[in-house]
Design a protein around this ligand. Structure first.
Ligand code: SF4
Length: 163
């Protein structure tokens, strides 16, 4: 059998993003519908509501947050660091319990980002780095891919599905 994978729930069609929307990637949604993957939203696992204020990491990336050297804030300045760390550990525990060793996470997110995150200024500026959940999963030996690593920027179906 195909090993079970996990995908960021927002890419599987779940409306769990901060703005109350999904960012559906049809191939990933189909994997979940076939039973080849489970859909998880780390931030929802941590009890954060949808919709919620946008959040960004200030002072580093997900690794720095895990190491106490950077923090996560929403755009009103509320410190969400604790919730984001809980999100990462809850996700790891679910994956370990389910025997999942491969995940596809949403690029750019302060939890799920794989190569890029926003820079903490809420100006739409990206920088290199990983989200908090991604950092913990990578440190735990889980293989992490983003939708961009798998599909690149060419996702006409994705654009259509979000219009
Ligand atoms: Fe949830 Fe990750 Fe999607 Fe954000 S990017 S909505 S934390 S699954």
């Amino acid at each position: 059998p195909v090993p079970l994978k996990m995908v960021s729930a927002c890419m599987a069609g779940v409306q769990c993003r901060y703005n109350g929307q999904s960012k559906t990637v049809p191939m990933l949604r189909d994997m979940v519908q076939r039973g080849d993957a489970i859909a998880l939203c780390p931030e929802r696992l941590a009890g954060l509501a949808t919709p919620r204020r946008p959040a960004e990491i200030k002072g580093g990336d997900g690794y720095a947050v895990l190491d106490g050297k950077a923090r996560v804030y929403d755009d009103l300045g509320e410190d969400l660091t604790g919730a984001f760390i809980i999100a990462a550990y809850k996700t790891l525990h679910v994956l370990q319990a389910a025997g999942v060793n491969e995940v596809v996470l949403k690029e750019g997110s302060p939890s799920c980002g794989c190569n890029e995150i926003y820079d903490g200024t809420f100006s739409g500026t990206r920088k290199s780095g990983v989200g908090v959940t991604t950092a913990l999963l990578l440190r735990s030996g889980i293989h992490v891919y983003s939708e961009k690593m798998l599909f690149g920027d060419a996702q006409p179906e994705l654009v259509l599905s979000n219009m």
